[in-house]
Design a protein around this ligand. Structure first.
Ligand code: ACO
Length: 326
């Protein structure tokens, strides 16, 4: 048994901030952001939340698969920006969709999160534990972004993407995933819920403390990504005995155009095999891969039998690649 994607969906906030608007309140420019990252604009939540976007993306994936919410037996939400700690976002999505038969839980794998969620759901399907799994990446990163830090705020955006995975007879491809906790300090975000009422006299909770927003050593993350992502892609192709020429698309985490270009170059593959939409959405962490996959699906870019490599990297540090057949 293995999982095949039967439907996709996505949802992004309607409010858009372009680079020029951003440069009104932080010392940057459209020219710098476009050249260094490829990002032109990002969608920012106004009324939307991580759960509302996840539920809408999930609803659209169900529609595109022609399945009802009651047929779901697993909902997995990948997020680092859950609206609340309890209940988990997946249970909230279950409530929104009326998916009363599903087992629901969240997964925190940062920007590698969707790849990890896909692998987890696929293991459930391959093991016969469930039949229909809804996997969602949803992020409201604007809540976690220091809008005065030009090193990070130019990069991120909000949105959600979803895929409906169904278990069928067929080949299961082995994924490749790695973690390096020793290098975790390259990308951090302190919990806003770290106040212990007994041991701390003063509540350390302070919105002005930079540690409560995403902190990133951009150059370290950049160097890590351009070294480790091509390695993981080569490794995943190798262990599954697939040649690069058999791969139709590489759907990479959308962090920075230069990272995608570097990976394509290191693999000696044409950039055309690496679709991008980061210019429109910025880095939406675990939402970026399913958001792009849905866009490709709706544009009719995906043909039955296409081999697609998904590749993610991010905080942890974590990275990995997985193969799916359309
Ligand atoms: N506008 C204008 N100037 C800027 C800006 C800005 N927004 N940001 C930095 N600069 C300046 C710096 O101060 C520096 O000036 P100096 O030379 O006078 O000191 C200069 O531009 C170069 O800065 P660098 O940090 O060296 O710029 P770099 O080319 O490395 O680009 C960037 C920075 C875009 C953040 C890049 O390092 C990057 O994309 N890193 C990867 C980030 C990423 O992919 N994260 C993904 C994981 S996310 C997750 O898991 C949630």
């Amino acid at each position: 048994m293995t999982g095949v994607i039967r439907g996709t969906g996505s949802c992004v906030p309607s409010y858009i901030i372009d680079n020029n608007a951003l440069s009104q309140f932080v010392d940057t420019s459209d020219e710098w952001i476009s050249e260094r990252t490829g990002v032109k604009r990002r969608h920012i939540a106004a009324k939307e939340t991580t759960v509302s976007m996840a539920a809408e993306a999930g609803r659209r994936a169900l529609e595109s698969a022609g399945l009802s919410a009651e047929e779901l037996d697993l909902i997995l939400v990948s997020t680092i920006s859950s609206d609340v700690i309890l209940p988990c976002a997946a249970c909230e999505v279950q409530k929104e969709l009326g998916a009363s038969n599903a087992t629901c839980f969240d997964l925190n794998g940062a920007c590698t999160g969707f790849v990890l969620a896909y692998n987890t759901a696929n293991a459930y399907l391959a093991g016969g534990i469930c039949k229909n799994a809804l996997i969602i990446g949803s992020e409201c990163l604007s809540n976690l972004t220091n809008w005065h830090d030009r090193g990070t705020c130019i990069l991120f955006g909000d949105g959600a993407g979803a895929a409906l995975l169904q278990g069928v007879e067929g080949r299961t491809y082995r994924p490749v995933t790695h973690s390096d906790g020793e290098k975790g300090s390259a990308l951090t975000l302190k919990s806003r819920h770290d106040c212990n009422g007994i041991t701390k006299e003063i509540n350390p909770l302070s919105m002005t403390d930079d540690a409560y927003f995403m902190q990133m050593d951009g150059q370290s993350v950049f160097k890590f990504a351009v070294r480790k992502v091509p390695e993981a892609i080569r490794e995943v192709l190798d262990i599954n005995s697939i040649r690069q020429e058999d791969v139709t698309w590489y759907v990479m985490h959308q962090a920075n155009r230069r990272i995608v270009e570097s990976v394509a170059k290191k693999l000696n593959e044409p950039l055309e095999k690496f679709p991008m939409n980061l210019q429109e959405y910025g880095n939406t962490s675990s939402a970026s891969i399913p958001l792009l996959l849905d866009e490709m699906n709706r544009k009719g870019m995906l043909r039955s039998g296409d081999l697609i490599v998904l590749a993610g990297f991010g905080a942890g540090l974590t990275w990995g690649a997985t193969i799916l057949q359309w």
